[in-house]
Write a protein of this length. Structure first.
Length: 279
């Protein structure tokens, strides 16, 4: 790690489960990401937004090869390198946009390898990089987190043991605990172009958007220490195949960020629910 400020961010990531880097997207890149994201969002059907009432939208970045440039964005990769993650592997990403008047995003965590003991250790197995395309506040749906919940069980774990269900996405029951405020939650308002890095095990959500404008975040998932992970996890990630239009594109430098697994271990079984080992 290059400097004291970065070391402090690393400690925040390990202890609290998240950290923030200011103004990572330069103004030109920010404008380009906004333009492509808006184009994809404007193509979505009303059915999509009904199905994603709580989430807002879940549009894969695979839908436009432009995002290969964001995935391999040098300033962000430089930050990962300075944090000690010098061989990150990228896995997936989504355009998550809350329309005006949309409700809260449910509490959830995004890790799927809870069957392996490494999932209960401090070092993150998978991280999210969140680029917000507008200044965020509680009014327009800023991120909220339960600090430390990536390493310590919280009562909310019992309410969202199966996250991202159809019922939660479409908000079948608005009174479900997953949408409600919890004691100790932290609001994470940011400026457009800031980068939030978080442990995928961290319980996080977002406020509803009561503003008159769309609030969009691009969420990208990386395995920061892929080649140090147990082989069953490497095998699971290594079987994912990027679209041909991405692999054959000269946009961005995707291939160095693509998982390669040449071992013979069986992939770990996908499991989004932490066991009693999370205390």
């Amino acid at each position: 790690m290059a400097d004291e400020a970065t070391r402090k961010k690393y400690k925040q990531l390990i202890k609290n489960g998240f950290c923030i880097f200011d103004q990572v997207l330069d103004p030109t890149m920010l404008d380009r990401v906004r333009m492509v994201s808006d184009q994809l969002l404007n193509r979505q059907s009303q059915a999509h937004f009904r199905e994603q009432k709580s989430t807002g939208s879940m549009v894969s970045v695979f839908d436009d090869v432009f995002f290969a440039e964001l995935v391999s964005y040098p300033p962000a990769l430089s930050i990962l390198f300075r944090l000690g993650f010098d061989q990150p592997i990228w896995s997936s990403g989504y355009i998550i946009s809350k329309p005006p008047g949309s409700p809260a995003l449910f509490w959830h965590q995004d890790w799927w390898g809870w069957n392996h003991p490494c999932s209960y250790k401090p070092i993150p197995q998978q991280i999210f990089l969140m680029y917000y395309l507008a200044d965020t506040t509680k009014k327009n749906g800023c991120l909220r987190v339960i600090s430390g919940s990536h390493l310590k069980r919280h009562p909310m774990h019992n309410h969202v043991d199966k996250a991202h269900t159809d019922e939660l996405r479409s908000m079948v029951d608005p009174e479900h605990p997953a949408y409600q405020p919890v004691e100790g939650e932290l609001d994470i308002p940011v400026k457009a172009g800031d980068l939030v890095i978080g442990d995928s095990r961290l319980l996080h959500a977002a406020h509803g958007n009561s503003s008159d404008y769309r609030r969009t975040v691009i969420t990208l998932w990386y395995l920061p220490l892929y080649y140090q992970l147990p082989e069953p996890i490497q095998a699971f990630v290594g079987r994912n195949v990027l679209p041909e239009k991405w692999l054959n594109s000269d946009v961005g430098q995707i291939k160095p960020l693509t998982a390669v697994y040449e071992g013979c271990e069986e992939p770990i079984v996908w499991n989004r629910t932490p066991s009693s080992a999370l205390k």
